[in-house]
Ligand binder design. Structure first.
Ligand code: NI
Length: 169
């Protein structure tokens, strides 16, 4: 599984893969461990707090996170099994939608079940920055971008200002 670099694809936001539902990772092997390592490097180079497979041309259910004050985490074939009723609003950006920042409302806490790069299953309850990045990255696996989660008029304005495609799902 060869990942493409973020730097070489500045217009990735309009790419097809970002709009597809990613397929499960079949086997947690050395290849996927290499992929996870490369994704962590790409996330750090891009100064991001998370990165999902579809953002690097890989339509597989894997994402990595490095939220503020948290460790580096790898999520393979994740499921969000619970979300809190209370929501919080926070400004988000995305390495695949450069230059756009917008406030997005999401549940404040989530519980996620996934496998790590060693093939170990884990369940994690997250709040704050980590809960937010998990939801943002999980959305990428479903072909959803954060700009889909803001109001339509706000989105049109943001995208018009950037002179980008208004195509959203
Ligand atoms: Ni993103």
């Amino acid at each position: 599984m060869k990942i493409i670099s973020l730097e070489s694809k500045p217009g990735l936001a309009e790419g097809e893969i970002l709009r597809e539902k990613a397929k499960p990772v079949k086997d947690i092997n050395d290849e996927i461990r290499d992929t996870a390592r490369e994704m962590v490097q790409a996330m750090h180079r891009g100064k991001g707090v998370g990165l999902a497979g579809p953002q690097v041309g890989l339509s597989r259910r894997i994402f990595v996170t490095h939220a503020d004050k948290d460790e580096i985490r790898v999520f393979i074939n994740p499921s969000i099994i619970w979300t809190s009723q209370e929501e919080t609003a926070c400004e988000e950006g995305c390495l695949s939608v450069p230059g756009v920042w917008a406030e997005v409302k999401r549940p404040g806490k989530v519980k996620v079940q996934a496998w790590n790069e060693k093939g170990r299953a884990f369940t994690l309850e997250a709040a704050g920055a980590l809960a937010r990045v998990i939801q943002h990255e999980y959305d990428h696996l479903e072909g959803i971008l954060f700009i889909d989660r803001i109001g339509e008029s706000k989105r049109e304005k943001l995208l018009a200002r950037l002179g980008k495609s208004k195509k959203t799902r």
